[in-house]
Design a protein around this ligand. Sequence first.
Ligand SMILES: Nc1ncnc2c1ncn2[C@@H]1O[C@H](COP(=O)(O)OP(=O)(O)OP(=O)(O)O)[C@@H](O)[C@H]1O
Length: 251
Amino acid sequence: MTAILEVTKATRRFGGLVAVNDVSFKVSSTGVTAVIGPNGAGKTTLFNIISGSIPPSEGAILLAGEDVTALKPEAKAARGLVRTFQLVKLFQDLTATENVKVGFHLKSRGGLLAALFQPAWAKQAERDAEEKAAALLDLVGLSKVARTSASVLPYGQQRLLEIARALAAEPRILLLDEPAAGLNAEESERLAKTIRRIAADGTAVLLIEHDMKLVMDIADEVVVLDYGRKIAQGTPEAVKKDPAVLAAYLG
Ligand SMILES: Nc1ncnc2c1ncn2[C@@H]1O[C@H](COP(=O)(O)OP(=O)(O)OP(=O)(O)O)[C@@H](O)[C@H]1O
């Protein structure tokens, strides 16, 4: 397996509490990997360490073999590790399309000056961005609301829009923080299809999720945390039968 991401002996302490305790695992550059675990198991802390919002007390994060442990989220995003948040962070006054285009503009050449003076190449870039945004909105099932302001979209659609915007930055690995939280059954179904499609298109996906059904449906590999430690890793089928996992969820 080629690993896009490697977590090596990651530990994070908060005072006397060890929220993440000596956790190591690799994330394949293809497919969907899920991190699960009971409340307080350390999933969010682990995600924050991986994305760079907080540093680990010990251990390392390797992205495509490069040590990125000390990098801030923006620097990690520039190297291809992009995350979404449990609380949506969209530009509420912009339309769905404009929100996705913000994702491209973070990467595109010229920035604000080009946008103001519109040289020929900037106009072409704008047309390309419009087309790519349309394709990404189609992928997450939001074509119909492309011109709608983010603020009036129902919560589930805002979450899907956030994924489209994250994809606009062309990540090598996409981190999704509880993507199904707050979604209705139909939106969850759409989300599952979207995540499978993203992975099939060649972007590795790493997610934390409470919704077991979703995890079992879409994950190729599952990492299980309990009290900060990794207690199991494997296919959904293997993990479901693992005595340590059953004990953690029942106990
Ligand atoms: N900033 C912090 N300061 C102190 N303790 C913290 C901090 N962040 C998390 N913790 C503690 O670390 C442990 C792991 O929390 P974390 O949020 O990572 O777990 P989780 O698996 O994401 O839980 P949940 O499923 O409830 O979101 C918990 O005991 C939590 O109270």
